[in-house]
Design a protein around this ligand. Structure first.
Ligand SMILES: [Zn+2]
Length: 387
């Protein structure tokens, strides 16, 4: 069953009547005398639209009829006014027709085949069994596509007989009761049941946005027409925001980002140097404490620095230590001892972990972990005499 109303992609409204109704739970499937709704096939999604103002929820083919799922109740013979979302349909037809164009060009020029096609929100891709593909080929393809768009080749739908079609298409592709052919000028002759724009100028422009090697060949990525305009608008918005943040024009953004990254690397190096100076001064102060074991509670240190400081005290100053960091309502504890001492950090941490429900572990020279900060833990740490 070929629906010739789909030959005109701009036919998006229709007055018709209900011919069949089937109830499914609290929804209804309807068939109509005629329909302008396209049902998903050949990689093209179903139309979005309304009938008598209510949204069509799904479309299916059954008993050689097209059925439309809705949540309103109608009777056989009722008038129905169909209206399709034109913007969404047009965009879909542009993308699909551009696929015909790109496939026709690459298949003619490089004698390859189209393996798959994927339509995305932002970008589409077609896979070919190409042995190689490069920037030059991508650019040539883009120039060719846009040249033919300027030439505005007609995209026509024809219904040839098998004998007429056999001179244009391989016989094994012609095993259908009715043949529907989509032609792009004299460039392409393709059996297809989808919807298309009437001529190439409706594609507006094709942008080859990239390509990628696959296990079977290459995927060529493209954006066209309304989708291209949307895509450019979205990217411009992001670029404008970045430009404003960095106070640079679009073309100098990368220079700005590289400068920031270099400054960030220099700052990281400075932080390491200053942290080392802080460790030295802090340890000198803490060493004034006469006790064998050094303990201290911080409320302004990160976990990584806490552990580094514990390691620094035990390895550079040969003193065991228990350092506690209060991190909002959480805590982190680091227990460290010099490698030549007979202290067992693992055993002490285990005891702390059991008593105060901490997670973590380590070895005899350094153990660490965290959990919920409690006053009891803070008080207990101050009372530890040795490891
Ligand atoms: Zn098609």
């Amino acid at each position: 069953m070929i629906n010739k109303l789909l030959d005109n992609c701009f036919l998006t409204e229709l007055n018709t009547t209900v011919t069949d109704v089937e109830q499914e739970q609290n929804l209804y499937w309807y068939a109509f005398k005629e329909t302008v709704f396209f049902r998903k096939q050949g990689g093209m999604a179903s139309d979005i639209g309304v009938i008598n103002g209510s949204e069509v929820l799904d479309i299916k083919l059954k008993d050689n009829k097209q059925w439309h799922l809705m949540d309103i109740e109608m009777q056989v013979g009722d008038a129905a006014f169909m209206s399709i979302n034109l913007h969404e349909r047009f965009r879909k037809c542009q993308i699909h027709t551009a696929q015909h164009l790109i496939s026709a060009l690459l298949c003619n020029v490089y004698k390859v085949e189209t393996l798959s096609h994927h339509v995305g929100d932002d970008e589409n891709e077609i896979e070919f069994n190409l042995e190689s593909f490069n920037d030059k080929m991508a650019n040539e393809l883009m120039v060719l596509c846009n040249g033919l768009i300027r030439d505005d080749l007609e995209v026509s739908i024809q219904y040839p007989s098998r004998s007429e079609a056999v001179s244009h298409a391989p016989a094994e592709k012609l095993n259908h009761d009715e043949l529907r052919v989509v032609r792009i000028g004299s460039l392409d002759y393709n059996l297809c049941g989808c919807m298309h724009v009437p001529s190439l100028r409706y594609l507006q422009m094709v942008y080859i946005s990239g390509y990628e090697k696959t296990s079977r060949g290459y995927k060529v990525k493209y954006i066209c027409g309304d989708q291209l305009l949307d895509s450019v608008s979205r990217r411009y918005k992001v670029l404008n925001e970045a430009s404003q943040t960095l106070a640079l024009s679009h073309l100098y953004l990368n220079t700005g980002i590289n400068k920031l990254m270099n400054e960030q690397k220099a700052l990281s190096r400075d932080i390491i140097l200053w942290k080392q100076k802080y460790f030295t001064l802090f340890t000198e102060k803490l060493m004034q404490n006469e006790t064998e074991l050094l303990t201290y509670e911080f409320d302004d240190i990160d976990v990584k620095s806490l552990v580094q400081l514990a390691q620094y005290i035990s390895s550079e100053h040969h003193r065991p230590c228990v350092l506690l960091a209060k991190l909002f309502d959480k805590c982190h504890v680091a227990v460290a001892a010099p490698k030549d001492s007979d202290g067992d950090c693992k055993a002490l941490f285990k005891e702390l972990a059991e008593r105060f429900e901490l997670n973590g572990g380590g070895n005899e020279w350094l153990s660490q972990g965290g959990g919920v900060y409690t006053k009891a833990l803070s008080d207990y740490v101050k009372t530890i005499q040795k490891i």
